[in-house]
Design a protein. Structure first.
Length: 22
């Protein structure tokens, strides 16, 4: 599914956002 990379992208971004918030 070509949507897989997109999901990983937003998931990775969310993780980075959480780390930045900390």
């Amino acid at each position: 599914d070509s949507r897989s990379p997109v999901v990983l992208s937003w998931k990775q971004r969310l993780k980075i956002a959480l780390n930045s918030a900390k």
